[in-house]
Ligand binder design. Structure first.
Ligand code: GRF
Length: 224
């Protein structure tokens, strides 16, 4: 059997990549990681996989952003990835690259979208006095953090929370949410058309919850 192929775009430490690797290793995700692609030569994420799975290039060494993204797109296409996951990839992707992989590119974002797009989401949630915060997985479109939502995980903001405490609690949820969504994706149950997410061929007008995903696929760290 040929396993569905996942590629990950990451700029940083790669803890979400690790969550994917762990889910594969523990038999919770029937897929194969075919590459980690980074805009930072020293990204910690690259070190989590063997050298033959690493691709990195400094965008400033290309003559234009388009040229960099053509090279990245060619490398992604060569990997044969069925699904491309942005997991802490800190650059805005251009239209041409996204169009090449339309409907197959996902992003994890540390907020309950549409609240708090962009950076510094934990500070923004605190500044807004939000009672709840969390993370979202969505399809990638050219507008930043604006593609159709697939799933969200939420938690209460506690008195005394700081951006750091929130970041660490949200990150733990990200590590559960992303593999759970990928499990649906690689099972062929997830698609996107005209800005709408479809699960099992049915349009979703509200994002799936982590609870509903884990009812289908218990996570070892999930509390009963
Ligand atoms: C995560 O919080 C992700 O949602 C955000 O950047 C962080 C990446 O963390 N966009 P890691 O590199 O996966 O550890």
């Amino acid at each position: 059997m040929t396993l569905p192929r996942i590629a990950v775009l990451a700029s940083g430490r790669g803890s979400n990549l690790q969550a994917i690797l762990d889910a594969i290793a523990q038999g919770r995700l029937d897929a194969r990681l075919v590459g980690v692609f980074s805009d930072r030569l020293q990204a910690g994420a690259l070190m989590r996989v063997p050298p033959e799975l690493r691709w990195s290039a400094r965008p400033s060494s290309f003559e234009s952003r388009q040229a960099y993204e053509r090279a990245l797109g060619d490398a992604l296409a060569a990997s044969g990835a069925d699904w491309i996951v942005c997991a802490g990839y800190m650059r805005i992707l251009g239209e041409a690259l996204i169009a090449r992989f339309a409907g197959r590119m996902l992003n994890i974002h540390p907020s309950l979208l549409p609240r708090h797009r962009g950076l510094h989401t934990h500070a923004a949630a605190l500044a807004a006095g939000d009672a709840e915060h969390g993370c979202s997985v969505h399809f990638v479109i050219p507008e930043l953090d604006a593609g159709s939502l697939i799933a969200q995980a939420r938690l209460p903001v506690e008195a005394g929370d700081t951006p750091e405490t929130l970041a660490s609690r949200v990150l733990a949820l990200e590590h559960r949410l992303l593999p759970a969504v990928l499990r649906l994706a690689v099972a062929g149950r997830l698609s996107e058309r005209d800005g709408t997410t479809y699960v099992d061929g049915q349009p979703r007008f509200t994002p799936l919850t982590l609870d509903s995903l884990e009812r289908r696929m218990p996570h070892p760290e999930a509390t009963p």
